[in-house]
Design a protein around this ligand. Structure first.
Ligand SMILES: NC(=O)c1ccc[n+]([C@@H]2O[C@H](COP(=O)([O-])OP(=O)(O)OC[C@H]3O[C@@H](n4cnc5c(N)ncnc54)[C@H](OP(=O)(O)O)[C@@H]3O)[C@@H](O)[C@H]2O)c1
Length: 245
C-alpha cells in the first residue's frame, strides 16, 4: 500500500500570536509543521513536538548557517518541504527619523529581511527537486503606504515584499509560488504593547471601514489559502479592513 506523505511547512517566527495561529491552522489542515522561535517558546511548545521547534536568533551572525542547517535537517527527515512562511518581524514605532538608533536599524534589517532572504534561499534547492513549493511572507501595510515614525520598519517590509515578487517570477517555472500577506493593525500582544489604551485603539478603529482590528486567525486563514492553492502567485493580499491609503 502506498503511504501518502504529509505535506511539510516551516514557519519562521512561529512563537507569537500570528505565527501560532498559522501553526494551528496548518495543523488543522493536516500539515506537518515545523516552527522557529527566539525568546518565547512556551506557546509553541503547546502546539508542536520539541523536535519540530528550532530556536534561532535572526539577529546573530550564526543565523544564516542555523537557517540552512534547519532546512537541510527537515528535508532529510521528511524528504519534502512544501511551504515556507516568514512571519518573524520587529516593530519599533514612534521615534523621530533623526533619532533612529543604528543598532536597532541593523537588527530590524536582520530580522525583517535578511532572515527571509537566507531562509528562502535555503529552501529553493529542495523545492526544485520536488518541483513544488510555496513561499508566503508577512509584510505590512507599512510597505505600500509608507511608515512615518517607523521608516526602517516600512523599508524592511517593502524589501521583503519585493523579494517575494521577484522570486515569484524567477521560480514559477519550477512550480514554486511566492505571495505576500500585508496586514494592517492586528489584535496581537505586540500591537497591544504599543497601544495599551483602549481609547487609542478606538481612534485607530475609526479609520478602519470594517470597524475592527484584524485578528491573527484572519491572517492565518489567508496564509493557508495562499499555501494550498496551486496557481495563485505574485499576490499581495492586504488585510486592512478597507482602510484608505
Ligand atoms: N500585529 C500587527 O498589528 C501587525 C501588523 C502588520 C504586520 N505585522 C507583522 O506580523 C508578524 C507577526 O507579528 P505579531 O504581532 O504576531 O507578533 P510579534 O511579536 O511582532 O512577532 C514577532 C515574531 O518574530 C520573532 N522575532 C523577533 N525578533 C527575533 C529575532 N531576533 N530572532 C528570531 N525571531 C525573532 C518573535 O520570536 P520570539 O517571540 O520567540 O522572540 C516572534 O515569533 C510580524 O512580522 C509583524 O511585523 C503585525
Amino acid at each position: 500500500m502506498l503511504v501518502k506523505m504529509k505535506k511539510t511547512a516551516i514557519i519562521v517566527g512561529a512563537s507569537a500570536d500570528i505565527g501560532i495561529k498559522i501553526v494551528e491552522s496548518l495543523k488543522k489542515r493536516d500539515w506537518n509543521v515545523y516552527g522557529t522561535c527566539n525568546k518565547n517558546k512556551e506557546k509553541l511548545e503547546r502546539q508542536l513536538d520539541k523536535s519540530n521547534i528550532f530556536k534561532i536568533n535572526l539577529n546573530s551572525e550564526n543565523s544564516r548557517r542555523e537557517l540552512e542547517e534547519m532546512v537541510i535537517g527537515i528535508w532529510r527527515r521528511e524528504k519534502r518541504v512544501d511551504a515556507g512562511v516568514y512571519v518573524a518581524g520587529l516593530w519599533n514605532p514612534f521615534f523621530k527619523f533623526i533619532d533612529e538608533d543604528e543598532d536597532k536599524i541593523k537588527e530590524m534589517w536582520n530580522v525583517n529581511y535578511h532572515g527571509a532572504y537566507w531562509f528562502f534561499r535555503a529552501l529553493v534547492p529542495c523545492m526544485i527537486q520536488i518541483k513544488n513549493g510555496s513561499f508566503v511572507s508577512i509584510s505590512s501595510t507599512a510597505w505600500t503606504k509608507g511608515s512615518p515614525h517607523a521608516e526602517t520598519y516600512g523599508a524592511t517590509k517593502a524589501a521583503l515584499a519585493n523579494l517575494m515578487i521577484s522570486l515569484s517570477e524567477e521560480l514559477a517555472n519550477y512550480g514554486i509560488r511566492a505571495n505576500i500577506v500585508s496586514p494592517g493593525p492586528t489584535n496581537t500582544k505586540a500591537f497591544r504593547q504599543y497601544y495599551p489604551n483602549d481609547m487609542d485603539v478606538s481612534e485607530i478603529i475609526k479609520n478602519i471601514p470594517i470597524n475592527k482590528l484584524a485578528e491573527p486567525e484572519n491572517i492565518a486563514n489567508c496564509v493557508a489559502y495562499l499555501i494550498e492553492d496551486k496557481y495563485v502567485t505574485r499576490q499581495n493580499i492586504i488585510l486592512d479592513g478597507a482602510s484608505m491609503f
